[in-house]
Design a protein around this ligand. Structure first.
Ligand SMILES: Cc1cc2nc3c(=O)[nH]c(=O)nc-3n(C[C@H](O)[C@H](O)[C@H](O)COP(=O)(O)OP(=O)(O)OC[C@H]3O[C@@H](n4cnc5c(N)ncnc54)[C@H](O)[C@@H]3O)c2cc1C
Length: 548
């Protein structure tokens, strides 16, 4: 059984505070929301690390938006739908591509220094895009520029109560409504934050895998806490693996952006062949799932751990000016990308699914809103189009802020009267947290990775279920709580991947290698019912049952 809360507590005995809006997470999604709503409402922003330590900060390629002369929202729509392999919510995609350009321009007005060329936003091309459409800042340092800009604005806004290094353990619910969170701060501070509205912007779960581009904060806390609170989770089997992470024995692995291929870098095997030619008309710029799978196939058949990216035909001045971060990182690792091949291999990169929501961030749990990588609005379908995720964070955060004023009024709670407690007989943990985390990451990479089979998924599910006892133990460390979230998040992914008996987008089943629209053009929906995980499949995604 999966316990409702990570710790036992009695709200009457814990320090509490009340806000109008509580934001969990300080990436592009959380910061954008706090910033927009902070002037008018009492906002508390909680983040488990320092304010700027997020996945957003590491984004390289940029923000996709139809702002180029030869581009249009219709073309961006078409590319997004094509990448999503029949599972995109078309209404949601229309909103994304039509509101995207205005949100990008707003970000530039906020002060983010995007790259310009002759007075026009400079655009690069990435996989699956039919034109150059990706706006970038300081070459390949887009995420760092966006994060720094938003952090500085949020810090200047005295209306936002910023709480760093505060780990959100759980969403508190009363009468099936989310009314706040319970938190842990090292070494032993437990606190409750109540709010009329809670926005979950806790990012993704790449750290469930041994080989990932995601920073250590990406442990799936958002999906796990939302699931424990009773919200629906959708499409989490669609984990995107980026084809070109720098090969090294490290976690996370450094990303080599697709934009480098957009400038002309080739993927090369050990015999010096461009193996993507003949696989897809766009060759190296095919959608990510196709490139990743071909790399995996080539690596497996030749028994190699990595292949090569050849950027040597790009002029050195361009490499230095457009890809300064990559150029420096590779040089620090003994590789001069203007002369040497870059060793690359696929790595877990992005969670296309998440907490089911509409394009206004509404989840199936009243009082809970979700934004950014934690959300499943249906815009990514079975495979996110490159650089659509920062865009989604920008577009949905604005839309959430447009509806929040009226929702806050509607959801008002009298917190004086609230009393919540939870008690479960728990043993103290003797588990070696790092050892179990390492085991889980390897289990996921080996069995719930790029290529999946019934046998491997069953093995993973059995192993995860036998680790579920850990969910009933009492921890008092962030790493312990993260491990508990990772076990639940791993179960969500493995269970939906096991159930989906077809191949679609980034979900490749070797035993069911074809797309099967007749039976599976549906979204997975996972929900806890009295501590047991239930899975169903339905036609609509991003349209929670509360709203349909
Ligand atoms: C290397 C790399 C390059 C990428 N490049 C691009 C790109 O070029 N374009 C693009 O569109 N996308 C890119 N992506 C994806 C994109 O960066 C992310 O999807 C996006 O930044 C997610 O933003 P977010 O605000 O949802 O979450 P994040 O930026 O991950 O922020 C999550 C926040 O939640 C907090 N948090 C998590 N759990 C808890 C908890 N329990 N308690 C309190 N706080 C918590 C974290 O501390 C953090 O502040 C890239 C991803 C990676 C890894």
């Amino acid at each position: 059984m999966i316990p409702r809360y990570l710790i036992n507590f009695d709200s009457d005995k814990i320090p509490k505070s009340v806000s109008d809006v509580l934001v969990i997470g300080s990436g592009i999604a959380g910061l954008s929301i706090a910033l927009r709503i902070g002037a008018d409402f009492k906002v508390t922003l909680l983040t488990k690390s320092e304010l700027g330590e997020t996945t957003t900060r590491y984004a390289q390629g940029g923000v996709a938006a139809a702002v180029g002369e030869n581009d249009s929202p219709e073309s961006h729509f078409k590319d997004t739908i094509e990448a999503g392999q029949g599972l995109c919510n078309e209404e949601a995609v229309k909103i994304l591509v039509s509101e995207g350009p205005a949100r990008l321009r707003e970000l530039i007005e906020f002060g983010a220094k995007f790259d310009f060329n002759n007075g026009k936003i400079s655009l690069s091309r990435e996989g699956g895009h039919s034109v150059a459409r990706v706006a970038h800042a300081r070459g390949d340092a887009t995420g760092s520029e966006i994060e720094a800009t938003l952090v500085s604005l949020v810090r200047k806004n005295s209306g936002i109560n910023i709480k760093e290094n505060v780990f959100v353990l759980d969403l508190i619910t009363q009468e099936d409504k989310c009314i706040g969170v319970i938190t842990y701060k090292y070494p032993d501070e437990i606190e409750i934050f109540y709010a009329n509205v809670v926005v979950l912007a806790a990012g993704g779960m790449g750290q469930l895998y041994k080989v990932t581009t995601n920073p250590p904060i990406a442990t799936g806390d958002g999906a796990a806490m939302a699931c424990r609170a009773g919200a629906e989770i959708s499409d989490v089997e669609f984990i995107q693996f980026h084809p070109t992470a720098f090969y090294a024995n490290e976690n996370p692995r450094f990303l080599i952006t697709e934009a480098l291929r957009g400038e002309g870098a080739y993927l090369i095997d050990y015999d010096g062949n461009r193996f993507m030619l003949g696989v897809h008309p766009l060759a190296e710029l095919a959608p990510r799932d196709i490139v990743t799978r071909e790399m995996f196939r080539t690596m497996t058949s030749t028994n190699k751990d990595f292949l090569f990216l050849d950027a040597t035909r790009i002029p050195i001045e361009k490499l230095k000016s457009n890809f300064p971060t990559i150029y420096r990182h590779c040089l620090d690792n003994g590789i001069d990308i203007s002369k040497d091949m870059i060793p690359v291999a696929p790595a877990a990169h992005y969670m296309s699914g998440g907490v089911s929501s509409d394009m206004n961030g509404r989840t199936t749990l009243p009082g809970l809103y979700v934004c950014g990588e934690s959300a499943c609005t249906g815009v990514h379908g079975a495979n996110r189009l490159a650089s659509n995720s920062l865009l989604e964070g920008l577009v949905v955060s604005k839309r959430i802020c447009d509806i929040l004023p009226s929702e806050i009024k509607e959801l008002k709670t009298d917190f004086e009267k609230v009393s919540v407690s939870y008690r479960l007989p728990r043993g103290y943990s003797k588990a070696d947290v790092l050892e179990v985390r390492d085991y889980l990451q390897k289990l996921m990479t080996d069995n719930v990775g790029v290529v999946r089979t019934e046998k491997a998924l069953k093995l993973a599910l059995d192993a995860i279920e036998s680790a579920e006892d850990i969910l009933e133990l009492e921890f008092n460390s962030v790493s312990g709580f993260e491990l508990q979230n990772m076990i639940l998040a791993a179960k969500l992914i493995a269970r939906s991947a096991f159930e989906r008996r077809e191949t679609r987008g980034v979900h490749f089943r070797e035993d069911f290698p074809l797309k099967d629209d007749l039976n599976w053009k549906k979204h997975s929906v996972l929900k806890l019912n009295e501590g047991k995980m239930e899975v169903s499949f339905r036609g609509l995604v991003g349209q929670p049952s509360r709203l349909s």
